[in-house]
Design a binder for this molecule. Sequence first.
Ligand SMILES: Cc1ncc(COP(=O)(O)OP(=O)(O)O)c(N)n1
Ligand SMILES: Cc1ncsc1CCOP(=O)(O)O
Ligand SMILES: [Mg+2]
Length: 212
Amino acid sequence: MSKPVVDLSLYLVIGPADCGGRNPAEIAAAAASGGATLVQLRDKQSATRDILALAREMKARLDPLGVPLIVNDRIDVALAAGAQGVHLGQDDMPLEDARRLAGPDFVIGVSIGSEAERDATPLELADHAGVGACFPSATKADADALGVDGLRQLRPSLPMPVVGIGGISAENAADVLSAGADGVAVVSAICKAKDPAAAARELSKIIDKSRF
Ligand SMILES: Cc1ncc(COP(=O)(O)OP(=O)(O)O)c(N)n1
Ligand SMILES: Cc1ncsc1CCOP(=O)(O)O
Ligand SMILES: [Mg+2]
């Protein structure tokens, strides 16, 4: 097996808490059909076996669409579900341990929110970085907002592809890309939309346009 190709352009981060009672796996599949290029299951509350069951359902729906699945925080769940990768923040499992457990072909994303976090991270062990919060986020109220200027400042010192995250919407996605991000990661902009596929299509158009 070789390392899956990951396109960070439109990265949906999603879990039961974001979906107002709708099925996260259905929303993820709708978003993928609308142009989401990568999906992260982020469930901070459910029992392990429920997270695993949801990861399996998501993977079964996303595989036929060619969209990889990343699991937030839980490398055990990611491996058990056969997901393509894991996302680890600064308080999660250290990258050295994750890489040793999962091997070279597993996709590992890391959160970077400041120069200090960058300096404390073995950057060579991560495949990509989530940088944020770009803007204040109701989804993760404890995340300090860097602003696009913070992203612009950090970007040149990060040797891997970067996705901006936090408070990103159709109104500001182009600013995040012009600050140097390779893609945008969103929760609310898709999960809270009445029509998640249409929301993904709109973001996807904005991303395509801002590349030319
Ligand atoms: C793509 C992406 N970037 C950053 C994060 C945040 O990770 P973390 O700091 O570990 O916070 P939690 O999401 O675990 O609350 C992310 N999940 N995805
Ligand atoms: C997981 C995460 N990490 C930094 S901000 C954030 C939440 C992003 O959610 P939203 O797109 O709704 O602001
Ligand atoms: Mg985390």
